[in-house]
Design a protein around this ligand. Structure first.
Ligand code: G6P
Length: 614
């Protein structure tokens, strides 16, 4: 596997053939805002000799102000940048322009050999930024001029010089052909949206759902020429490729916040609906589960499941292990995607791979899937995004139907993934005649979960209060639990860290005393998750150990295990599904702590919604 430093997820939009290019680009960029960025810019051309390049550090709203009323055009490109090469600044924001003022380029990804390219070809060029992207646009201009190449040929030549380790999606304009967008990609997502009399380009369909619902996916190595009336795709050998668009059903309005102050709160509240939507999509009225036979056949043959994921999805995988082992009696391993390549496990004879990924685009997971495909093993991607890269590249896909998740901190995708694992494990276990599965009515159990979640989200006031008392000013915090509660503790800690920047650890409660208990001081918040009957007593005795050292203990406990003094009580549900409830108060504690500390809960610092660079 090729490894490379780099981080982040920029956004790309482009349009040709619409007089409202400026608004369409800005609205598109605004829809990609949630992914995290530090600067943004657009280039538009009015086709009558006028062109505008406007960039700004900060938010799209700042860029909008800078643009004002006078900028207009019918074609253009736009970008939100997440700094990798060069600090966040106006100069380093995209689009980048060649020194002769002719070519304009936006880019997502990382060019591995940009320094070599600069040293070899561009010694005499004066650069305006520190970015790898500017090297590419300067090179295109150089070849176009010195070798008298047409734009497409210059573009192709530059792409051929980019080394293997690089990732990119490019959107290029030449002001001598203002109606044309030149497009290419490698390991970085990019789609063409097809309209009537206009066409668009975007790194995520959500950016352009106001314009079209029909998108063409691109394959690495292709060069695409987009004009108002045509989209021409050429493969690496120069053959013309005809590819039909796919249809995206998501409604742009589903991505709106509506009455909510933040997406994170909206998405926490949507979790009961996500449960019901999964029941609707995957079960019939009589409670049977609908899963594709080919997928079941493939999973039935497996002697071991390997779940691969990153971040919150990895934590959903930890719970998945309990569920697959509990209901389908199939040994299951869970792996952090970014570690798998360096430290692959010894595979069983008949492995089956499950990729959990909200976005379907996470580069770390994609790298593992590419390796799995090379090995020739079958795989399943569980994702929220139809037609995402991991969905296209796996043998099978199951969708979460959770609606777009916009807040960077993942909430409804976590619970959706766990619920879908339960649905799948039920069906697989039934197929294998495991009694734990045959007696498990997943639709009924998930309905109980949905009702329980509703009860929890209806009582927001108490979490706001606990956050204010225990977390708003703390330096650090702990979530503890055993068995399945330990899985939840890890996700709960990640949630609090991500949005409130409180240093938080999710700990196996029995392990705390073997060292980490040294960190407990007067008032240190320790939140214990107690839903597992087998381990409840032991976790409670661990809370006594930290209480004795001054900790501020908060218990989150299932109703049937509750005792006097427990602060947060969870409705009872099936023992394999308690994480679906236990996580909800933790998400809300994280949310309120972030607000109380004065942070932007939807766009935490340093984080990106989907990390498409390794
Ligand atoms: C990023 C996000 C996390 C997310 C992880 C995996 O790091 O900030 O919230 O859990 O990627 O994303 P995926 O889309 O693969 O689930």
């Amino acid at each position: 596997m090729v490894r490379k430093a780099g981080f982040g997820m920029c956004g790309i939009v482009g349009i040709t053939g619409n007089e409202n290019a400026v608004d369409i680009l800005l609205n598109g960029l605004q829809r990609l805002e949630y992914r995290g960025y530090d600067s943004a810019g657009i280039y538009v051309n009015s086709q009558d000799g006028k062109e505008y390049l406007v960039k700004e550090k900060g938010r799209i709203d700042d860029l909008r102000k800078e643009i004002g009323e006078d900028v207009h055009g019918s074609s253009g490109i736009g970008h939100t940048r997440w700094a990798t090469h060069g600090v966040p600044s106006k100069e380093n924001a995209h689009p980048h322009v060649s020194a002769d003022g002719r070519f304009f380029l936006v880019h997502n990804g990382v060019i591995g050999n940009f320094a070599e390219l600069k040293a070899t070809y561009l010694q005499d060029v004066k650069f305006a930024s520190d970015t790898d992207t500017e090297v590419i646009v300067q090179l295109i201009a150089k070849f176009a001029k010195e070798e008298n190449l047409a734009t497409k040929e210059a573009f192709k030549k530059v792409i051929s010089l980019i080394d293997e380790s690089s990732s990119y999606s490019f959107l290029l304009m030449d002001n001598r052909e203002p109606e044309t967008l030149y497009v290419a990609k490698n390991k970085s997502p990019l789609l063409i949206g097809v309209g009537k009399g206009f066409n668009v380009v975007c790194s995520d369909a959500i950016a352009m759902l106001d314009q079209t619902h029909d998108f063409i996916e691109l394959v690495d190595g292709e060069i695409v020429i987009v004009k108002p009336q045509s989209v021409t795709i050429e493969d690496a050998q120069g053959n013309i490729i005809n590819r039909k668009p796919f249809h995206v059903d998501t409604d742009a309005s589903e991505a709106e916040k509506g009455a909510y102050p933040y997406y994170m709160l909206k998405e926490i509240d949507e979790q009961p609906t996500v449960m019901r939507s999964l029941i609707k999509h995957y079960t019939t009225d009589d409670g049977s589960v609908i899963i594709d036979d080919a997928l079941l056949d493939s999973m039935k043959k497996a002697d071991r499941l390997y779940i691969v994921a990153a971040g919150t999805s990895y934590h959903a995988g930890l719970v998945g292990k309990e569920i697959f082992e509990g209901l389908a009696k199939v040994p299951t391993e869970v792996h952090v995607a970014s570690e798998f390549g360096y430290n692959p496990p010894i595979l069983s004879e008949k492995p089956f791979f499950i990729f959990l990924t909200q976005s379907g685009e996470t580069a770390d997971s994609r790298q593992v899937l590419a390796q799995v495909n090379k090995w020739g093993y079958e795989s399943l991607t569980i994702t929220n995004v139809e037609n995402s890269t991991l969905s296209r590249e796996a043998t099978f896909t199951l969708l979460l139907y959770a609606g777009p998740e916009i807040a960077v901190a993942s909430t409804k995708a976590y619970t959706g993934q766990i619920a879908l694992e339960a649905i799948l494990a039920k069906r697989l276990g039934e197929e294998k005649d495991v009694s734990a599965a045959t007696s498990f009515n997943v639709a009924r159990e998930l309905t109980t979960v949905a009702n329980g979640m509703q009860e929890l989200v209806d009582e927001k006031g108490q979490y706001e209060q606990i956050a204010a008392n225990a977390l708003a000013t703390t330096r650090n915090a702990f979530y503890i639990g055993r068995a399945i509660d330990y899985d939840v503790a890890q996700e709960a800690a990640l949630k609090l860290k991500e949005v409130s920047y409180v240093q938080t650890e999710g700990f196996a409660s029995g392990e705390l005393k073997h060292g980490t208990i040294a960190l407990i001081e007067e008032g240190t918040p320790v939140i214990a998750i107690i839903t597992c009957a087998k381990t409840a007593k032991h976790t409670r005795s661990n809370t006594q150990e930290v209480l004795a050292r001054g900790a501020n203990v908060i218990n989150i406990v299932s109703r049937n295990l509750a005792e006097d003094g427990d602060q947060i009580i969870l409705p009872d549900v099936h023992s394999l599904l308690t994480p679906l409830l236990a996580i909800v108060p933790c998400q809300l504690l994280a949310y309120y702590t972030s607000l109380q500390r004065g942070y932007d809960v939807d766009k935490p610092r340093n984080l990106a919604k989907s990390v498409t660079v390794e």
